[in-house]
Design a binder for this molecule. Sequence first.
Ligand SMILES: [Zn+2]
Length: 430
Amino acid sequence: MSGVPEAEASAEQNRQEPGSAAPTTGARSAPGTRRAPHTQHGIRQRNLSLVLHTVAAEGPLSRADVAGRIGLTRAAVSTLVDELTRAGLLVELGRGRPGTVGRPGSALAIGDRGPAGLGAEIGVDHLAVCAVDLRGRVRVRVEEPVAGRDSEPGPVLARLAELVRTVAAEAEREGLRPGGLAVAVPGLVARGSATVVRAPNLGWRGVDTGPALEVALPGVPVTVGNEANFGALAELRLGESTASRRDFVHVSAEIGIGAAVVVDGALMQGAQGFAGELGHVPVHPEGPTCPCGGRGCLEQYAGEEAVLRAAGLRGGEGVGELRERAGAGEAAVLRALDDAGTALGIALAGVVNLLDPQAVVLGGALAELSPWLLPATERELTIRVTRPYGEIAVSRVGRDGPLLGAAHSVVQAVLDDPLGRAGSRGGGSG
Ligand SMILES: [Zn+2]
């Protein structure tokens, strides 16, 4: 994790972190929404955030260490630390720890108790909820299968709300209180709302998830966002070389294919919040029809189900089976993966030519199949991108990316505004 707080790097008011687009309650700004730094309150909030970010990233640290890193006087830092300690966000580990240079001081750390980010994921075949503490550790996690395809939203959302309550109760037994809930969905979410405009694989259209999710934990702020955006956030926080990789395109595939464009560490959401629909970029204009209404979309060639079909496997057999058979050298499977990699390369050539990213990062099922996809993808890129291009990397975050990214978006919101509603004591109980 980068030691440089996001807050410092992005003073522009209108930039947002991935996944921060969709607050469903008006009670607080979305995670990553930038405050007004020039007011007295704004400066204090920024400094509290700097201290907390620094300790979260590098702690335990002495007050002097923190002061040195963020460029404030030790006295100023002490005042801020006292506030954060009183609020239960920082703890003191005792005086005179070995290795402290100069006058011994107590070391500051993020406590085991305090606010936590709750993340949830609605998948086509599973529901998952987790609680992540301010140090980024997953403290509670539950998952269960769900028949999400062409489902009624009501029962799915009600079950998710139950799982959220279960995780919150378990977290509370460990001394954690929810600082917010962020929910990743496999579909388009209108910017600044909790409305799933379209989730083709769930069969949902125009579903306002707010009412069902807000009752899960009354008073706790809820945000809803696209799974690919949260996946990109997980990559930004947890992925390889997080400090240096600030401009990238994160591509993830499960049943559908989504992408998120990260520019200088912030998500490019698009005017309505719908940017990144790579799965519906046409690869062959006269190709097979797609549920979106178009023809020859990337998803029809490189989506999980399309690849299984092309390989002659049934829908239920999944990526594990593909991997196994590809590893055994089965010709039909290798051909299907090569075709998928080719389609991906054609679509990504447009992306790379347009955006010139540092990297294209493959996540989800694509990451698991990368050994067989990438040769064809890189072949197409080499032909179609007529200049040097950034690396094609494989995410190590894995399939939990959207879930972890959602939870981390809440953690980020607390670190950005420690004594705001999400971070303060009692903020979770309304
Ligand atoms: Zn389509």
